[in-house]
Design a protein around this ligand. Structure first.
Ligand code: MG
Length: 202
């Protein structure tokens, strides 16, 4: 249940500390599989970051939305930094590695991949590990194109692909104030943070 006694939290911390010490001796493949939530474990946090460079093109894909622009993003897939950062945050929270392990860019299957399909795959992996998503929050860093008019569509795509209520998804944007590579409009970056709940505490 949601309403746990104060003592229960410290007991959970002690038990998790003991378990994680045990994990050090296990095989490295545990990282790729993702650790299932331990009984009584309440929340897991994950962060993700991605960046793609501008190149020739007439649009960018951000949050699954095709946005007209005078340049494109150079990438093996569709270069959707919003969804890539989000997937890394989800995989990170589940202890399941990163998108490079799950969808290697050396694999022709993922050439030009629709990142929304990959996101749905990551969503299934998260659910199969017994986690539910409490919320996710993405920050785009871009001088151009303008994002404001597309934020709602991005949130709707993410909510649909992960089977979430719209209110559990947030996408926001900022500029780099003209500083550095992003400020010189050489590319677009995104940061993501997610919180997962263990299935039996959701
Ligand atoms: Mg990427």
């Amino acid at each position: 249940g949601r309403h746990r006694k104060a003592g229960a939290a410290s007991e959970t911390c002690r038990r998790l500390a003991a378990e994680y010490q045990g994990h050090e001796t296990r095989g490295s493949r545990a990282c790729e599989r993702g650790a299932p939530p331990a009984k009584g474990e309440i929340v897991r946090i994950g962060s993700g970051y991605d960046l793609h460079r501008f190149g020739p093109g007439d649009h960018v894909m951000l949050g699954g939305v095709r946005i007209a622009h005078d340049r494109g993003l150079v990438a093996h897939s569709d270069g959707d930094v919003v969804l890539h950062a989000l997937m890394d945050a989800l995989l990170g929270a589940a202890g399941a590695g990163d998108i490079g392990q799950h969808f290697p860019d050396t694999d022709a299957r993922w050439a030009g991949a629709d990142s929304r399909a990959l996101l749905r795959e990551v969503g299934r992996l998260i659910a199969s590990r017994g986690f539910v998503i409490a919320n996710c929050d993405v920050t785009l860093v871009a001088e151009a194109p303008r994002i404001a008019g597309h934020r709602e569509a991005m949130c709707a795509n993410i909510a649909a692909d992960l089977g979430l209520e719209r209110g559990r998804v947030n996408v926001k944007a900022t500029t780099a104030e003209g500083l550095g590579a992003l400020g010189r409009r050489e590319g677009i970056a995104a940061h993501a943070v997610v919180l997962l709940l263990a299935g039996d505490s959701a």
